[in-house]
Design a protein around this ligand. Sequence first.
Ligand SMILES: C[S@@+](CC[C@H](N)C(=O)[O-])C[C@H]1O[C@@H](n2cnc3c(N)ncnc32)[C@H](O)[C@@H]1O
Length: 243
Amino acid sequence: MDHYEEAASQVVDVFASEGISLTDRLVADVGCGDGIMDLGVLHKARPRTLVGFDLNLTDTEYLRRQARQEGVDDSDWAGLRFERSGVGRLPAEDGAFDFAFSWSAFEHISRPIEVLREIHRILSPEGAFFLQLWPFYFSAKGSHLWEWFPEDHHHLQRAESEIVGELEGSDLKSADWTKMMSREFQHLNRITVEELQRSMLAAGFAVRRVELMTSPVRLTPELGRYSWLDLGIGGIKLIATPG
Ligand SMILES: C[S@@+](CC[C@H](N)C(=O)[O-])C[C@H]1O[C@@H](n2cnc3c(N)ncnc32)[C@H](O)[C@@H]1O
């Protein structure tokens, strides 16, 4: 219910705080995953069209089942569809969308600058983009493996091979989930907040508002070689316009 209610509401509210209503507009979600958040945005804001893009085409049968399980009306899909995107390519015309958002996806994207350029390309010049990224790789929960390793920054204090070995040998969670999370951990892009700032500019965006999510850091000797900014900034929410 988190994504249907809370994450979707945040998307709608962040745009609203900039004086933007998504109602009756053309909206894209980049890295949409299972799509439950898109159903939330659809029901809360009533965009004319909402397209969820992902490398793996969203499974709408699974989404319907998930919606039913969560007590969400699964018959109300008018305007929502899903498309498969390429690694650095969004299958859409230039300027096809009024607004775009991306939630908890950018640390998984192997070529972030290319995807940012694509988002810039598919937005109308008067459009806006909301990006939420959590967690950055070098931050406390950056490994995404908190179910197995609850300690903050655990992944910066041991070799990656050691972590993968321990993870894959664990029977704490199902074998499929463990394998999937092991693969995710090894493919995170490790972008930092400074690199993201440079990438946004390189892609042609003007960032209008930034909110950093920070937390205290317990500095061990192993963490001494990392930047305090990277250790302490867990995530970011920003609003940008195409220029
Ligand atoms: C952790 S999931 C987040 C999904 C969803 N936004 C959410 O919050 O539940 C990250 C998603 O990004 C997708 N992804 C990774 N690289 C991508 C790319 N280049 N273009 C589009 N989606 C991508 C993955 O397939 C995955 O579904």
